[in-house]
Design a protein around this ligand. Sequence first.
Ligand code: GDP
Length: 437
Amino acid sequence: KPIVAVVGRPNVGKSTLVNRIAQTSDAIVHESRGVTRDRSYHDADWNGREFTLVDTGGIEPLKSEDVFSASIRDQALAAAEEADVILFVVDGHTGVTEEDETVARLLKRVHKPTFLLVNKLDNPAREQERLWDFYSLGVGDPMPISAHHGHGTGDLLDKVVALLPDETEEVDEFPDALGVAIIGRPNAGKSSLFNKVIGSERSIVSDVAGTTRDAIDTIVERDGRHYRMVDTAGIRKKSTVYENIEYYSMVRGLRAIDRADVALLVVDSTVGVTEQDQKVANLAIERGCALVVLLNKWDLLKEERERERVLETVDRRLTFATWAPVLRISALTGRSVEKIWSLIDDAAAKRASKVSTSKLNQFLTDLREFGHTIVDGKRRLRMHYVTQTGTKPPTFTFFVNHPDLLTDSYRRYVENRMRATFDFAGTPVRLRFRSKA
Ligand code: GDP
């Protein structure tokens, strides 16, 4: 999906704009794909054109000026690198600031379609002069908007979607290939792992164009099976100076996840599972990917204590994915790298699995008989029946008498019971509760 990034210094109204676009009729912001502290990612569509809106809004100015501008610079660079269209937001009331100029300078270098949005102009007719000031930034015609009131956002969206690249329809030579995304923080060892994989004598490798303009996928054939390693261009050849920016790797990982069946989360064992790993794993699961956790650089852990510490971070940070297999590897020595394939196959198979209605009914009977239920005053939750309504990942719809009685902990309870009954190792499952029509 094309990416529209919202950049600008703090407090100019980026988040308000994103929320505004979210609320503008037709632009549906589907469930937010994991809101991080610093950024949020939204699936939006306008007149049927889908795009991902990246809000870099939450970055708060740090006290030190230097660090502050460095963070703006990083954001702007990273956004420029990845985005198809950039929305550069400035504040019409404060006028042009030095920070705006810094951002503008960076954006000018990258030649991406950029809209200069002058925000907080609630009455553009009377505030023309304020608008003109912004021509000095040299990034095109300033457009007045009011993120708060919504003026100008419809026009803006029309122009934005007109500039989004066409999703080229290509013939997929390997329609049955499993999509595999290698995700994780910079330096975790993603490139090393990938190189090990393609360097293996057992792998037959070919490059193919990905579905988006600049993505290159690698098809790996192993024992007659095809795997599409998604968006490996950046992983194979570390080209840019932006590689170390977490944001960059995050956005790229996100794109890869979109097209993957299985996500391989590469964790640096000398660091353990970090908050960033946690976020990206969560995103992969939200997008319906199966998940395999690879504890890389295991060769560097000499002491038992260190190993335990890493496993402890897995337990603590990946509580939402206790079902994901965890493999200790070394991309450097090749230790256990060959084992990833069976884990990938297995997770993908579970993700595509179907459970027969009779087995589901048996499950429900057992749950009624031996399980807990929810009682609220006179009302008692009853599950009438359950049916599988989707795969990849397996999705089950339970028809119940009072869906509003459902609590998160009860959902988890039912999921755990299902996982204990059926084998869903490696895949997320989705449970929906509907009232019986
Ligand atoms: P990426 O940013 O995730 O692609 O990480 P790289 O593959 O570039 O690896 C970062 C650094 O870690 C490089 O210096 C690698 O040589 C090193 N590295 C990667 N995997 C391993 C491993 O399993 N063991 C050790 N000892 N070093 C590793």
